[in-house]
Design a protein around this ligand. Structure first.
Ligand code: ATP
Ligand code: MG
Length: 223
């Protein structure tokens, strides 16, 4: 589903990635760990095609960084959901409208949009807050809304960039359980974090570490 082949990238002179390789299969849940500044968010930006490799190729399904046209990028992004540390909702409208906005209502689709929005809110257990404004929700609730927003287009891949970074341990566990459920339904998830405790507490099949401008598979020591 996702193949990153021999990718090199730098913002300035100093390379961030050099000869980086990665494959993620449909339905996988992988952690992406590594020190602050090592390039976790940069990798997500490459997958989302916000930025392009200087060497090598990023391929997601039928989209390739080498050949994609600017007008095709929105189609790629519909298949890739993103969740960040800060949920960043639009503060001037309620939760329902925040999600509706993503699907850009045209009149004839209004019913269909409503169904999708309500389904996504229900999926993350936040239907009862649809008429609330973002500033009336807790951090954990806001992150649930952000996850619902990411699910609207039924993405095949979710890029989660430290989505629990601002949450307390209990709420973090709830969000992890929610993401695991979404994953079991078929969406692959790449979860970036530098919280080793979280990785130990919620084990998944594969842990990837960015180090020395490449990605390695690692195993955490027990205890
Ligand atoms: N738009 C940009 N322009 C120039 N340099 C950038 C830009 N974005 C990131 N960088 C640099 O690229 C490097 C990798 O940044 P990145 O945000 O990918 O790290 P990270 O692993 O996500 O870190 P963190 O764990 O703190 O989120 C850093 O040295 C950062 O300063
Ligand atoms: Mg980051």
């Amino acid at each position: 589903m996702l193949i990153i082949k021999d990718v090199s990238f730098s913002y300035g002179k100093e390379p961030i990635f050099s000869g980086l390789n990665l494959k993620v299969e449909q339905g996988e849940f992988v952690y992406l760990i590594g020190k602050s500044g090592v390039g976790k968010s940069t990798l997500f930006n490459l997958i989302y095609m916000n930025i392009f490799p200087h060497k090598g190729v990023v391929r997601f399904e039928n989209f390739s960084s080498a050949t994609i046209k600017p007008k095709e990028i929105p189609f790629l992004r519909r298949k890739v959901g993103t969740i960040f540390q800060n949920p960043a909702l639009l503060e001037d409208r309620d939760i329902y409208s925040n999600l509706e906005f993503v699907l850009r209502v045209t009149d004839h689709k209004k019913k269909e949009v409503k169904k999708k929005v309500l389904e996504a809110l229900s999926e993350v257990g936040i239907s009862h807050k649809q008429k609330s404004m973002p500033n009336e929700l807790s951090g954990g609730e806001l992150q649930r809304v952000a996850i619902a927003r990411a699910l609207l287009n039924e993405p095949k891949l979710l890029l989660a960039d430290e989505p629990t970074g601002n949450l307390d341990p209990e709420i973090t566990d709830e969000i992890m359980e929610l993401l695991k459920r979404i994953n079991r339904r078929g969406a692959a998830i790449i979860f970036a974090t530098h919280d080793y405790e979280l990785v130990k507490k919620h084990p998944v099949e594969r842990i990837l570490k960015i180090d020395k401008k490449k990605i390695f598979r690692v195993r955490l020591k027990k205890g």
